[in-house]
Design a protein around this ligand. Sequence first.
Ligand code: F6R
Length: 260
Amino acid sequence: MEVVILADADEVGRVVAAAVEALIARRPHAVLGLATGSSPIPVYDELVRRHRCGAVSFARATAFCLDEYVGLPTGHPESYRTVIERVFTGRVDLPAESVHAPDGGAADLVGAAHSYDEAIATAGGVDLQLLGIGSDGHIGFNEPGSSLASRTRLKTLTARTREDNARFFGSVDEVPRHVLTQGVGTILEARHLVLVALGSGKADAVAAAVEGPVTAMCPASALQLHPHATVVVDETAATRLRLAPYYRETYASKPEWQGL
Ligand code: F6R
């Protein structure tokens, strides 16, 4: 696992966007895994800027969202399908029909979850999966206790995650209890995992994920099992990392051609 500690959210956005741009340059039909929430916003803003300058086109790319709330009406402003279009895919040339999200409105949620994993496999798997991390260590909406081999399925959000996400809804009572989320096992099949964490509120979760034991109690710790996982954090999210000096030294002396 590579840990990259950067000054602030803007630099995180630039470094991760450069990795996405390099992927698309190598592989214009790349499959992107997209996270919602606030952490990837600087990355999306930077990708939109680069797209507007003509540096990158997503016209041949495909995207799969990590997760979706269950039961929100189609077009609800906080449905992750709506959010990803608002913050990223609708601002670049990624065709709407190439953007996928689990169907949180399906009558058959088990079938919808299964079909989602199949659709990812049919697309050839995810090349680069962007991830945030919950303050409780979740990735996607795999809350503590999630099987590290899990597939896309229905999950119940913890009270803490619903409180964390209440800022998007107005009140905690409006945050759905249930979600469809890619499983930890599904996420681990992506060829490159890039986890972004910003702010002091993520410092404990980042330390547990990177330097703690691999455990279902911190689903993000499963990144330790992945052959190409990159954790990109700002200074405030890095404060609990014991090996921070080593991570800084490694990144500072990294050959530029290696990218992330
Ligand atoms: C969102 C997702 C979640 C978030 C996590 C952090 O698609 O999968 O795991 O990444 O809850 O959210 P923010 O970035 O809003 O702190």
